[in-house]
Design a binder for this molecule. Sequence first.
Ligand code: PMP
Length: 401
Amino acid sequence: MTDLFSKFDALIAERQALLDTGVRDPFAIVMDEVKSPTLAIIQGKPTILLGTYNYMGMTFDPDVVAAGKKALDDFGAGTTGSRVLNGTYQGHKECEEALKEFYGTEHAMVFSTGYQANLGMISTIAGKGDYVILDADSHASIYDGCALGNAEIVRFRHNSVEDLDKRLGRLPADAQKLVVLEGVYSMLGDIAPLPEMVAAVRKHPNCMILVDEAHGMGFFGPNGRGVYEELGVEKDIDFVVGTFSKSVGTVGGFCVSNHPKFEVLRLVCRPYVFTASLPPSVVATAATSIRKLMHAGDKRTHLWKNSKRLHAGLREMGFTLGTETAQSAIIAVMLPDQEITVRMWQALLELGVYVNMARPPATPAGTFLLRCSLCAEHSDEQVGDILERFRAAGQAVGCIG
Ligand code: PMP
């Protein structure tokens, strides 16, 4: 039988062949209970969570949880409407105030997810006749933002300042251009050389820069704004996109900016206008979390300690990692093929460690990896346990000696 689903046959067969080898499905895990930012029960087994985006461990913060409960009582379960109609409550405005304070910007716009923030910003500000210049390893939401809009798309080699410069040089000088970068690239955990990139962009006329700081918010830079703050290029960045689904510990997305005409986006940005706004409980948890992240120096220090320790320990055991040194809270363990990656993933799960398995198209072509992401709430003991279990799993599967 041939129908619209026939194009998925190869994927269905590949997946079935993998499951027929007896491994568990890495994309069908259920967290039966979640005890803390770092511990869940999966199929009856206490499991250390090493594959969440809960970098700062805010999901169970008592103030955050209390704010959510109060908003649920006071404002109900949902807004049932768009931000531009009945869906802006005082909580959405408070959340935008918290973001403006956190980022030190004039404007902040809250979207229902980070995915929609990229979708909306890129497709709206870059239109017909304009150009979007993006890193080849950009997140899917950035690519989808390009697909939704009408601008011409130009890709440059991942993190290559030279290629960025070269490609900008080929574009018409009088055309308007949006350069989209990420602070932390989430598959390998590497960071962008933003000062060099900004310098390259500034050589060319009519360019604006948008940086996605999804994986940098909370623990890069003196105020936790992201890699662009850490590397001192705040003044050169026109738009910062981010998410509440990582360090903030809930769900939602945003863009902050000092552009004087920014507020017009509330009228023309379709992924902002044509969708329901976040529930009051969610914006209350986000605002409380963002305000607490302004004073989270101790958590930041502990997160970096965890990340450096895990990186050094795994490297010493002989694993191949995505970066030479720990550049972020993401540590990617590179493996040769899908089968060994799934076996390693399963061995870890059986030993009580959950990590994310990533494969193309989420990863660059031909790259299979186990993505470890650390949390400020991982205790020293948990990091020690994780390392021991990685050694045991790696030896059992035969990917280290
Ligand atoms: N940008 C990047 C770089 C991301 O990694 C993600 C999510 N993984 C997003 C945007 C989308 O964020 P959200 O989960 O809020 O949709």
